[in-house]
Design a protein around this ligand. Structure first.
Ligand SMILES: [Zn+2]
Length: 112
């Protein structure tokens, strides 16, 4: 998995989803070769208002080790659908505006 930290987010009307455009050239975390675009995956994220947005994430192919790496913007958290800052706020108590239900937040605390 690649975590993008410098990127732009553009809404693509034809795909009805937001596209993440990485400003950096991602390289393979396993062998360091430059990755190239392979295909995209749809994934949703939920913000602090509880609004669901769909994103098109790139899967990148490594010409060295032939692996596929999903490119995730840093506001998303692997395997979670709430934005990373909401999960952090709910876990460290710095925010009480998380739209997730109590059972979801309890699960995050257990996973920690
Ligand atoms: Zn590689």
């Amino acid at each position: 998995m690649i975590i993008a930290t410098r990127y732009t987010v553009d809404y693509d009307e034809t795909k009805d989803a937001y596209k993440i455009r990485n400003m950096e050239m991602p390289s393979c975390p396993d062998c360091g070769m430059l990755l190239s675009g392979y295909d995209t995956r749809r994934r949703h994220a939920i913000d602090e208002m509880g609004i669901v947005r769909w994103y098109l994430l790139r899967r990148l192919h490594c010409p060295g080790c032939q692996k596929l790496h999903l490119e995730l913007p840093d506001f998303m958290q692997p395997k979670k659908h709430y934005e990373a800052k909401l999960i952090k706020g709910a876990l460290d108590g710095s925010s009480d505006t998380c739209p997730a239900d109590d059972s979801t937040i309890r699960r995050w605390k257990l996973e920690k």
